[in-house]
Design a protein around this ligand. Sequence first.
Ligand SMILES: Cc1ncc(COP(=O)(O)O)c(C=O)c1O
Length: 396
Amino acid sequence: MEPTTQYELRLARRMSRLGTETAFEVLNKARALEKQGRDIVHLEIGEPDFDTPPNIVEAAVQALHKGWTHYGPSAGLPELRQTIADEITRTRGVPCKADEVVVVPGGKPIIFFSILSLVDEGDEVIYPNPGFPIYESMIQYIGGRAVPIKLREERDFRLDVDELASLITDRTRLIIINSPHNPTGGVLDRRDIHDIAEAIGDRNIMVLSDEIYSRLIFEGQHYSLMAVPGFKDRTILLDGFSKTYAMTGWRMGYGVMRADLAAQVTRLMTNSNSCTASFTQVAGIEALKGVQASVEHMRSEFQSRRDVFVAGLNRIKGFSCRMPKGAFYVFPNIQKTGWTSKKLADALLEEAGVACLSGTAFGSFGEGYLRFSVANSLENLNKALDNIQKWTAKNL
Ligand SMILES: Cc1ncc(COP(=O)(O)O)c(C=O)c1O
Protein backbone atom coordinates (compact mmCIF):
# COMPACT_ATOMS: atom_id res chain seq x y z
CA MET A 1 0.00 0.00 0.00
CA GLU A 2 1.32 3.49 -0.89
CA PRO A 3 2.15 5.52 2.24
CA THR A 4 -0.24 8.47 2.53
CA THR A 5 1.55 10.12 5.41
CA GLN A 6 5.10 10.99 6.36
CA TYR A 7 4.44 9.53 9.82
CA GLU A 8 5.33 5.90 10.23
CA LEU A 9 2.56 3.88 11.86
CA ARG A 10 4.05 2.73 15.14
CA LEU A 11 1.83 -0.06 16.40
CA ALA A 12 2.04 -1.57 19.87
CA ARG A 13 4.01 -4.82 19.76
CA ARG A 14 1.06 -6.84 20.93
CA MET A 15 -0.77 -6.11 17.66
CA SER A 16 1.61 -8.49 15.88
CA ARG A 17 0.23 -11.28 18.06
CA LEU A 18 -3.39 -10.61 17.18
CA GLY A 19 -4.97 -13.22 14.89
CA THR A 20 -8.15 -12.99 12.89
CA GLU A 21 -11.26 -14.80 11.74
CA THR A 22 -10.61 -15.79 8.14
CA ALA A 23 -14.32 -16.14 7.40
CA PHE A 24 -14.59 -12.38 7.05
CA GLU A 25 -11.59 -12.24 4.69
CA VAL A 26 -12.98 -14.99 2.45
CA LEU A 27 -16.35 -13.23 2.45
CA ASN A 28 -14.65 -10.04 1.19
CA LYS A 29 -12.76 -11.97 -1.49
CA ALA A 30 -15.99 -13.69 -2.59
CA ARG A 31 -17.78 -10.32 -2.76
CA ALA A 32 -14.96 -8.90 -4.89
CA LEU A 33 -15.39 -11.81 -7.32
CA GLU A 34 -19.15 -11.18 -7.39
CA LYS A 35 -18.47 -7.55 -8.31
CA GLN A 36 -16.60 -8.86 -11.36
CA GLY A 37 -19.78 -10.69 -12.34
CA ARG A 38 -18.95 -14.13 -10.91
CA ASP A 39 -21.65 -16.30 -9.34
CA ILE A 40 -20.56 -17.49 -5.86
CA VAL A 41 -22.31 -19.83 -3.41
CA HIS A 42 -21.55 -18.56 0.10
CA LEU A 43 -20.76 -21.39 2.47
CA GLU A 44 -17.98 -19.58 4.34
CA ILE A 45 -19.66 -17.46 6.96
CA GLY A 46 -21.13 -18.89 10.16
CA GLU A 47 -24.49 -17.26 10.40
CA PRO A 48 -28.06 -18.42 9.97
CA ASP A 49 -29.52 -17.41 6.61
CA PHE A 50 -32.89 -16.84 8.30
CA ASP A 51 -34.14 -13.42 9.36
CA THR A 52 -34.58 -12.65 13.05
CA PRO A 53 -38.06 -13.93 14.08
CA PRO A 54 -40.68 -11.14 13.74
CA ASN A 55 -41.75 -11.13 17.42
CA ILE A 56 -38.16 -10.20 18.37
CA VAL A 57 -37.91 -7.49 15.69
CA GLU A 58 -41.24 -6.05 16.82
CA ALA A 59 -40.09 -5.97 20.46
CA ALA A 60 -37.01 -3.96 19.41
CA VAL A 61 -39.10 -1.53 17.34
CA GLN A 62 -41.46 -0.99 20.27
CA ALA A 63 -38.50 -0.54 22.62
CA LEU A 64 -37.08 2.17 20.34
CA HIS A 65 -40.44 3.98 20.31
CA LYS A 66 -40.63 3.70 24.08
CA GLY A 67 -37.26 5.41 24.49
CA TRP A 68 -34.92 2.50 25.24
CA THR A 69 -32.22 4.56 23.58
CA HIS A 70 -30.09 5.49 26.59
CA TYR A 71 -27.17 3.99 28.45
CA GLY A 72 -28.10 1.10 30.70
CA PRO A 73 -26.21 -0.73 33.46
CA SER A 74 -22.86 -2.14 32.25
CA ALA A 75 -23.75 -5.71 33.21
CA GLY A 76 -27.08 -5.57 31.37
CA LEU A 77 -30.70 -4.68 32.11
CA PRO A 78 -31.76 -6.35 35.39
CA GLU A 79 -34.83 -7.95 33.75
CA LEU A 80 -32.75 -9.50 30.98
CA ARG A 81 -30.12 -10.75 33.44
CA GLN A 82 -32.88 -12.38 35.49
CA THR A 83 -34.44 -13.90 32.35
CA ILE A 84 -31.07 -15.34 31.34
CA ALA A 85 -30.47 -16.68 34.87
CA ASP A 86 -33.88 -18.41 34.73
CA GLU A 87 -33.09 -19.80 31.26
CA ILE A 88 -29.76 -21.24 32.42
CA THR A 89 -31.34 -22.68 35.56
CA ARG A 90 -33.95 -24.40 33.40
CA THR A 91 -31.81 -25.56 30.48
CA ARG A 92 -28.58 -26.50 32.29
CA GLY A 93 -30.16 -27.75 35.50
CA VAL A 94 -27.97 -25.58 37.72
CA PRO A 95 -29.40 -22.81 39.92
CA CYS A 96 -28.29 -19.46 38.62
CA LYS A 97 -28.85 -15.87 39.82
CA ALA A 98 -29.04 -12.54 37.97
CA ASP A 99 -25.80 -11.23 39.52
CA GLU A 100 -23.97 -14.15 37.88
CA VAL A 101 -24.92 -12.91 34.40
CA VAL A 102 -23.14 -10.28 32.28
CA VAL A 103 -24.77 -9.21 29.02
CA VAL A 104 -22.27 -8.16 26.33
CA PRO A 105 -22.33 -7.22 22.62
CA GLY A 106 -22.14 -10.76 21.15
CA GLY A 107 -20.63 -13.97 22.45
CA LYS A 108 -17.13 -12.92 21.41
CA PRO A 109 -16.52 -10.34 24.15
CA ILE A 110 -16.96 -13.08 26.77
CA ILE A 111 -13.96 -14.87 25.21
CA PHE A 112 -11.93 -11.67 25.32
CA PHE A 113 -13.04 -10.62 28.80
CA SER A 114 -12.54 -14.09 30.34
CA ILE A 115 -8.96 -14.22 29.07
CA LEU A 116 -8.26 -10.57 29.96
CA SER A 117 -9.51 -10.98 33.49
CA LEU A 118 -7.98 -14.39 34.30
CA VAL A 119 -4.79 -14.92 32.32
CA ASP A 120 -1.45 -13.27 33.09
CA GLU A 121 1.52 -13.24 30.73
CA GLY A 122 3.03 -16.73 30.58
CA ASP A 123 -0.06 -18.45 31.97
CA GLU A 124 -1.19 -21.45 29.97
CA VAL A 125 -4.56 -21.77 28.31
CA ILE A 126 -5.69 -25.07 26.78
CA TYR A 127 -8.03 -24.67 23.82
CA PRO A 128 -9.42 -26.87 21.01
CA ASN A 129 -7.57 -27.06 17.68
CA PRO A 130 -9.18 -27.04 15.20
CA GLY A 131 -11.32 -24.48 16.99
CA PHE A 132 -12.85 -21.02 16.83
CA PRO A 133 -9.80 -18.91 15.85
CA ILE A 134 -10.53 -16.13 18.31
CA TYR A 135 -9.46 -18.33 21.26
CA GLU A 136 -5.87 -18.62 20.06
CA SER A 137 -5.79 -15.02 18.86
CA MET A 138 -6.88 -13.65 22.24
CA ILE A 139 -4.61 -15.92 24.29
CA GLN A 140 -1.60 -14.80 22.27
CA TYR A 141 -2.65 -11.16 22.23
CA ILE A 142 -2.58 -10.89 26.00
CA GLY A 143 0.73 -12.82 26.18
CA GLY A 144 -0.61 -16.13 27.46
CA ARG A 145 0.80 -19.43 26.31
CA ALA A 146 -1.61 -21.08 23.89
CA VAL A 147 -1.71 -24.86 24.45
CA PRO A 148 -3.74 -26.57 21.72
CA ILE A 149 -5.57 -29.82 22.27
CA LYS A 150 -5.98 -31.68 19.01
CA LEU A 151 -9.49 -32.77 18.10
CA ARG A 152 -9.42 -35.96 16.08
CA GLU A 153 -11.77 -37.10 13.37
CA GLU A 154 -11.74 -40.71 14.62
CA ARG A 155 -13.23 -39.46 17.91
CA ASP A 156 -15.90 -37.49 16.01
CA PHE A 157 -13.87 -34.43 17.04
CA ARG A 158 -14.63 -34.88 20.75
CA LEU A 159 -11.55 -34.06 22.76
CA ASP A 160 -9.50 -36.92 24.19
CA VAL A 161 -9.66 -36.59 27.97
CA ASP A 162 -6.37 -38.44 28.56
CA GLU A 163 -4.68 -35.94 26.28
CA LEU A 164 -6.34 -33.10 28.18
CA ALA A 165 -5.07 -34.53 31.47
CA SER A 166 -1.54 -34.71 30.04
CA LEU A 167 -1.62 -31.02 29.01
CA ILE A 168 -2.65 -29.66 32.41
CA THR A 169 0.28 -28.16 34.35
CA ASP A 170 0.77 -25.87 37.35
CA ARG A 171 0.64 -22.93 34.92
CA THR A 172 -2.74 -23.89 33.43
CA ARG A 173 -5.08 -21.06 34.26
CA LEU A 174 -7.92 -21.63 31.83
CA ILE A 175 -9.32 -24.45 29.71
CA ILE A 176 -11.62 -23.64 26.80
CA ILE A 177 -14.17 -26.18 25.62
CA ASN A 178 -16.78 -25.69 22.92
CA SER A 179 -19.78 -27.93 22.33
CA PRO A 180 -21.47 -28.11 19.85
CA HIS A 181 -18.23 -27.31 18.15
CA ASN A 182 -17.20 -24.86 15.47
CA PRO A 183 -15.82 -25.87 12.93
CA THR A 184 -16.38 -29.66 13.23
CA GLY A 185 -19.96 -29.96 14.52
CA GLY A 186 -18.65 -32.31 17.23
CA VAL A 187 -20.74 -32.62 20.40
CA LEU A 188 -19.44 -33.59 23.85
CA ASP A 189 -21.72 -36.18 25.44
CA ARG A 190 -22.56 -36.57 29.10
CA ARG A 191 -19.70 -39.00 29.63
CA ASP A 192 -17.19 -36.63 28.00
CA ILE A 193 -18.28 -33.76 30.24
CA HIS A 194 -17.91 -35.91 33.36
CA ASP A 195 -14.53 -37.19 32.21
CA ILE A 196 -13.34 -33.62 31.61
CA ALA A 197 -14.49 -32.70 35.12
CA GLU A 198 -12.60 -35.68 36.50
CA ALA A 199 -9.42 -34.75 34.61
CA ILE A 200 -9.52 -31.26 36.13
CA GLY A 201 -10.35 -32.64 39.57
CA ASP A 202 -10.26 -30.06 42.35
CA ARG A 203 -7.56 -27.88 40.75
CA ASN A 204 -8.21 -24.17 40.79
CA ILE A 205 -8.53 -23.90 37.01
CA MET A 206 -11.32 -21.98 35.29
CA VAL A 207 -13.14 -23.40 32.29
CA LEU A 208 -14.64 -21.27 29.54
CA SER A 209 -17.48 -23.38 28.20
CA ASP A 210 -18.50 -21.94 24.84
CA GLU A 211 -22.10 -23.08 24.40
CA ILE A 212 -23.14 -20.62 21.68
CA TYR A 213 -24.60 -23.52 19.62
CA SER A 214 -26.37 -25.16 22.60
CA ARG A 215 -29.77 -25.12 20.87
CA LEU A 216 -28.43 -26.51 17.60
CA ILE A 217 -28.11 -30.20 18.39
CA PHE A 218 -29.29 -32.90 16.00
CA GLU A 219 -28.55 -36.02 17.99
CA GLY A 220 -28.40 -36.40 21.73
CA GLN A 221 -28.65 -33.65 24.26
CA HIS A 222 -26.62 -30.65 25.37
CA TYR A 223 -24.65 -31.04 28.60
CA SER A 224 -22.87 -28.23 30.38
CA LEU A 225 -19.83 -28.59 32.60
CA MET A 226 -21.41 -25.92 34.80
CA ALA A 227 -23.96 -28.49 35.99
CA VAL A 228 -21.33 -30.96 37.22
CA PRO A 229 -21.13 -30.79 41.03
CA GLY A 230 -18.16 -28.64 42.05
CA PHE A 231 -17.89 -26.84 38.72
CA LYS A 232 -20.41 -24.00 39.09
CA ASP A 233 -17.70 -21.72 40.54
CA ARG A 234 -15.08 -22.73 38.00
CA THR A 235 -17.13 -22.44 34.81
CA ILE A 236 -17.79 -19.42 32.65
CA LEU A 237 -20.70 -20.33 30.40
CA LEU A 238 -20.84 -18.42 27.11
CA ASP A 239 -24.10 -18.34 25.18
CA GLY A 240 -26.00 -15.73 23.24
CA PHE A 241 -28.58 -14.77 20.68
CA SER A 242 -26.57 -14.73 17.41
CA LYS A 243 -26.99 -18.35 16.35
CA THR A 244 -30.12 -19.48 18.23
CA TYR A 245 -32.32 -16.56 17.17
CA ALA A 246 -30.55 -15.53 13.93
CA MET A 247 -29.43 -12.26 15.54
CA THR A 248 -25.78 -12.10 14.44
CA GLY A 249 -25.95 -8.42 13.50
CA TRP A 250 -27.66 -7.33 16.70
CA ARG A 251 -24.55 -8.03 18.76
CA MET A 252 -25.82 -9.55 21.96
CA GLY A 253 -24.51 -12.44 24.02
CA TYR A 254 -23.80 -13.26 27.63
CA GLY A 255 -21.55 -14.94 30.12
CA VAL A 256 -22.69 -16.75 33.26
CA MET A 257 -20.09 -17.01 36.01
CA ARG A 258 -19.55 -16.68 39.77
CA ALA A 259 -20.75 -13.27 40.96
CA ASP A 260 -17.30 -12.00 42.01
CA LEU A 261 -15.92 -12.67 38.52
CA ALA A 262 -19.08 -11.21 36.93
CA ALA A 263 -18.33 -7.96 38.80
CA GLN A 264 -14.82 -7.90 37.29
CA VAL A 265 -16.07 -8.63 33.77
CA THR A 266 -18.58 -5.82 34.31
CA ARG A 267 -15.61 -3.48 34.97
CA LEU A 268 -14.20 -4.49 31.59
CA MET A 269 -17.59 -3.70 30.03
CA THR A 270 -17.59 -0.25 31.68
CA ASN A 271 -14.11 0.37 30.27
CA SER A 272 -14.86 -0.84 26.75
CA ASN A 273 -18.51 -0.70 25.69
CA SER A 274 -20.28 1.00 28.62
CA CYS A 275 -23.21 -1.31 27.98
CA THR A 276 -24.91 -3.47 25.36
CA ALA A 277 -27.47 -1.48 23.30
CA SER A 278 -30.55 -1.03 25.49
CA PHE A 279 -33.32 -1.64 22.91
CA THR A 280 -31.65 -4.87 21.75
CA GLN A 281 -31.67 -6.10 25.34
CA VAL A 282 -35.42 -5.48 25.59
CA ALA A 283 -35.79 -7.60 22.43
CA GLY A 284 -33.56 -10.21 24.07
CA ILE A 285 -36.15 -10.66 26.81
CA GLU A 286 -38.77 -11.36 24.12
CA ALA A 287 -36.39 -13.78 22.38
CA LEU A 288 -36.04 -15.88 25.52
CA LYS A 289 -39.59 -15.57 26.84
CA GLY A 290 -41.55 -15.51 23.57
CA VAL A 291 -42.61 -18.41 21.34
CA GLN A 292 -39.70 -20.68 20.43
CA ALA A 293 -41.22 -22.21 17.27
CA SER A 294 -38.71 -20.46 14.99
CA VAL A 295 -35.76 -21.94 16.93
CA GLU A 296 -37.04 -25.45 16.31
CA HIS A 297 -37.86 -24.61 12.69
CA MET A 298 -34.31 -23.39 12.01
CA ARG A 299 -32.80 -26.37 13.83
CA SER A 300 -34.72 -28.91 11.77
CA GLU A 301 -33.94 -27.03 8.55
CA PHE A 302 -30.21 -27.12 9.34
CA GLN A 303 -30.54 -30.82 10.05
CA SER A 304 -32.07 -31.68 6.68
CA ARG A 305 -29.53 -29.50 4.87
CA ARG A 306 -26.72 -31.19 6.78
CA ASP A 307 -28.03 -34.60 5.71
CA VAL A 308 -28.16 -33.61 2.04
CA PHE A 309 -24.79 -31.88 2.05
CA VAL A 310 -22.87 -34.61 3.89
CA ALA A 311 -24.32 -37.30 1.61
CA GLY A 312 -23.40 -35.18 -1.41
CA LEU A 313 -19.83 -34.58 -0.24
CA ASN A 314 -19.33 -38.29 0.38
CA ARG A 315 -20.09 -38.91 -3.31
CA ILE A 316 -17.31 -36.53 -4.42
CA LYS A 317 -13.89 -37.92 -5.30
CA GLY A 318 -11.31 -37.31 -2.58
CA PHE A 319 -13.86 -36.13 0.02
CA SER A 320 -15.08 -38.05 3.06
CA CYS A 321 -17.28 -36.51 5.68
CA ARG A 322 -18.55 -37.59 9.09
CA MET A 323 -22.05 -36.64 10.16
CA PRO A 324 -21.77 -33.67 12.55
CA LYS A 325 -24.08 -33.87 15.57
CA GLY A 326 -24.55 -30.15 16.13
CA ALA A 327 -24.02 -26.54 14.95
CA PHE A 328 -24.41 -25.78 11.24
CA TYR A 329 -21.02 -26.76 9.88
CA VAL A 330 -19.64 -29.78 8.07
CA PHE A 331 -15.94 -30.54 8.13
CA PRO A 332 -14.97 -33.01 5.39
CA ASN A 333 -11.62 -34.74 5.21
CA ILE A 334 -10.00 -33.84 1.88
CA GLN A 335 -6.62 -35.56 2.33
CA LYS A 336 -7.32 -37.99 -0.51
CA THR A 337 -7.53 -35.10 -2.98
CA GLY A 338 -3.77 -34.65 -2.52
CA TRP A 339 -4.31 -30.90 -2.14
CA THR A 340 -3.60 -28.79 0.93
CA SER A 341 -6.66 -27.27 2.57
CA LYS A 342 -5.83 -23.66 1.78
CA LYS A 343 -5.01 -24.36 -1.87
CA LEU A 344 -8.18 -26.37 -2.32
CA ALA A 345 -10.36 -23.73 -0.60
CA ASP A 346 -8.84 -21.03 -2.83
CA ALA A 347 -9.37 -23.10 -5.98
CA LEU A 348 -12.98 -23.91 -5.07
CA LEU A 349 -13.68 -20.21 -4.62
CA GLU A 350 -11.87 -19.00 -7.71
CA GLU A 351 -12.62 -21.83 -10.12
CA ALA A 352 -15.78 -23.54 -8.81
CA GLY A 353 -17.55 -20.48 -7.36
CA VAL A 354 -17.95 -22.07 -3.91
CA ALA A 355 -16.75 -20.07 -0.90
CA CYS A 356 -15.68 -22.27 2.02
CA LEU A 357 -12.91 -22.13 4.61
CA SER A 358 -9.65 -24.00 4.85
CA GLY A 359 -9.48 -26.19 7.96
CA THR A 360 -6.29 -24.33 8.82
CA ALA A 361 -8.36 -21.18 9.40
CA PHE A 362 -9.18 -22.97 12.68
CA GLY A 363 -5.62 -23.86 13.62
CA SER A 364 -2.81 -26.03 12.34
CA PHE A 365 -4.62 -29.29 13.18
CA GLY A 366 -7.30 -28.30 10.68
CA GLU A 367 -4.95 -29.23 7.81
CA GLY A 368 -6.58 -31.87 5.62
CA TYR A 369 -10.12 -30.51 6.12
CA LEU A 370 -12.47 -27.85 4.80
CA ARG A 371 -15.33 -26.16 6.60
CA PHE A 372 -18.65 -25.55 4.90
CA SER A 373 -21.52 -23.75 6.59
CA VAL A 374 -24.89 -25.31 5.73
CA ALA A 375 -26.70 -22.12 6.69
CA ASN A 376 -27.80 -21.67 3.09
CA SER A 377 -30.77 -22.83 1.00
CA LEU A 378 -30.99 -26.44 -0.22
CA GLU A 379 -30.93 -25.07 -3.74
CA ASN A 380 -27.60 -23.32 -3.14
CA LEU A 381 -26.17 -26.31 -1.28
CA ASN A 382 -27.02 -28.57 -4.21
CA LYS A 383 -25.52 -26.04 -6.60
CA ALA A 384 -22.30 -26.02 -4.53
CA LEU A 385 -22.17 -29.84 -4.59
CA ASP A 386 -22.65 -29.81 -8.32
CA ASN A 387 -19.91 -27.20 -8.85
CA ILE A 388 -17.45 -29.04 -6.59
CA GLN A 389 -18.22 -32.34 -8.27
CA LYS A 390 -17.58 -30.86 -11.73
CA TRP A 391 -14.39 -29.18 -10.54
CA THR A 392 -12.97 -32.34 -8.98
CA ALA A 393 -13.86 -34.40 -12.07
CA LYS A 394 -11.78 -31.98 -14.13
CA ASN A 395 -8.89 -31.36 -11.76
CA LEU A 396 -8.29 -34.49 -9.65
C1 LIG B 1 -17.71 -21.11 18.80
C2 LIG B 1 -18.12 -19.69 18.70
N1 LIG B 1 -18.08 -18.93 19.79
C3 LIG B 1 -18.44 -17.63 19.77
C4 LIG B 1 -18.86 -17.04 18.59
C5 LIG B 1 -19.19 -15.58 18.61
O1 LIG B 1 -20.53 -15.31 18.46
P1 LIG B 1 -21.05 -13.83 18.34
O2 LIG B 1 -21.31 -13.56 16.89
O3 LIG B 1 -22.31 -13.80 19.17
O4 LIG B 1 -20.03 -12.90 18.91
C6 LIG B 1 -18.93 -17.80 17.42
C7 LIG B 1 -19.32 -17.18 16.14
O5 LIG B 1 -19.11 -17.67 15.06
C8 LIG B 1 -18.54 -19.16 17.48
O6 LIG B 1 -18.57 -19.94 16.38
